[in-house]
Design a protein around this ligand. Structure first.
Ligand code: B12
Length: 346
């Protein structure tokens, strides 16, 4: 049988390598494509990137455990390293620093961006996951960076992202942001006043375009003056405690939860509050409704009824009734829950 020459042909076999946790076979598939003449950029973006998205879908559908996801992600990282080592382009451009926002552990997506920038001639320093803002800024000051590319995969990190973007700006280094955390169309990047790129090739074009790089849209965050976001963040712990007490009262089965079940309930309640806070920060209820749709999918595939989420949304709406933007986002969230769950909430 001849080796696949296109990423589409190689994709099913490559996914099998990830499923079998066979890193050597996965590397062989990727290097085979390079040998067949496929550019390294295409191997990274048309093979490794969609396979990682599929890994996420399989985890979300509860078909793959966290351990299988970790094994597959580790292999993808090895494949990226092998492709990068194979290509070794000569740098012709200035230095671009690529980093994840503080608290952001999805390092592989910006790693792909970093490698594409390198392939296109930039000198790239990849700082990896969760870089504290102060350390990033002092790094930028010491190195003469042409631009910094900041990654955010989870919308919940947007308030941190904003602080980081501002901190980088104060050191006069142009910022480009990207990652699914900014929304599929980059709408939350525009809200924060940041230049956004949907993918690695667009990031490379933006970074090469001096005028576009320095044309920064103004942030649209006047709504933060109402203090709803800050109040919600301050009350985070109390909100989780009261929602848990409410669940225990209304759903007696939750009183018999194991420590692990209790942990994951507390973590889900934390997620609800954090996504709600992020939606308030960018003043966009759709950030919260997307999250609710996602959470319902995750829970139902694990046998947890979506009604439990609805109870907590109603609880928060009662406790936070004096906050109009919170009430609006929660109402939209409940509507999204109904749509996702395909039933009428009690
Ligand atoms: C691997 C993985 C992890 C690994 C990351 C390890 C690593 N080294 O990266 C680990 C285990 C750490 C992890 C943790 C979590 N994860 Co995770 N993870 C993933 C997964 C499966 C793959 C990520 C990936 O590599 N994607 C491939 C890239 C190529 O896709 P991409 O993001 O679209 O990237 C392209 C563009 O967005 C853009 N781009 C991306 N970054 C950047 C940056 C810049 C600067 C620019 C310009 C462009 C750009 O260019 C890329 C290439 O063209 C995704 C699924 C997915 N669909 O991505 C979930 C996913 C992102 N994770 C998810 C979740 C929920 C989590 C956790 C909260 C789970 C938990 N309960 O703990 C934690 C959060 C950790 C944290 N605080 O950051 C959810 C997020 C859902 C949501 N509602 O936001 C996803 C979508 C899974 C799912 N289907 O539900 N995760």
């Amino acid at each position: 049988m001849t080796a696949p020459a296109t990423a589409a042909d190689a994709y099913p076999g490559y996914l099998d390598c990830l499923a079998d946790a066979d890193e050597y076979a996965a590397i062989d598939v990727a290097l085979g494509l390079l040998d067949a003449g496929l550019p390294a950029e295409r191997v990274l973006l048309d093979l490794v990137a969609p396979a990682q998205a599929e890994v996420g879908e399989r985890w979300a559908r509860n078909e793959w455990s966290v351990a299988q996801e970790h094994a597959a992600t580790h292999i993808s990282e090895r494949v990226v390293a092998a492709v990068a080592a194979h290509a070794r382009p000569q740098p012709t451009g200035g230095r671009v620093v690529v980093a994840c926002m503080d608290g952001e552990w999805h390092a592989l997506p910006p790693r792909l961006v970093a490698e594409v920038l390198r392939l296109r001639g930039w000198q790239v320093t990849f700082l990896g996951a969760s870089v504290p803002a102060a350390h990033l800024v002092s790094y930028l000051r010491r190195h003469d960076a042409h631009a910094v590319a900041l990654a955010c995969a989870l919308p919940v990190r947007l308030p941190h992202a904003h602080r980081m973007i501002e901190a980088c700006r104060r050191s006069d280094v142009p910022v480009v942001v990207g990652g699914r955390g900014f929304g599929a169309d980059g709408r939350w990047a525009r809200r924060l006043g940041a230049a956004w790129a949907p993918d690695a090739p667009s990031a490379a074009e933006l970074i090469a375009d001096e005028r576009a790089l320095h044309r920064v849209p103004p942030a649209q965050l006047a709504h933060l003056a109402d203090d709803e976001y800050a109040s919600l963040v301050r009350r985070r712990g109390d909100l989780i405690d009261s929602a848990l007490a409410d669940l225990r009262e209304r759903v007696p089965a939750t009183r018999a939860y194991t420590a692990a079940q209790l942990d994951s309930t507390v973590s889900d309640l934390g997620h609800i509050v954090d996504f709600l806070a992020a939606a308030l920060y960018v003043d966009d209820a759709s950030l919260f409704t997307n999250f609710v749709g996602w959470l319902v999918g995750i829970l139902t595939s694990r046998g947890v009824p979506a009604a439990a989420v609805d109870l907590s949304l109603r609880h928060f709406a009662g406790v936070l009734r004096d906050f109009p933007r919170v009430v609006h986002a929660l109402a939209q969230g409940r509507a999204a829950l109904l749509a996702a769950d395909g039933r009428t909430a009690a």
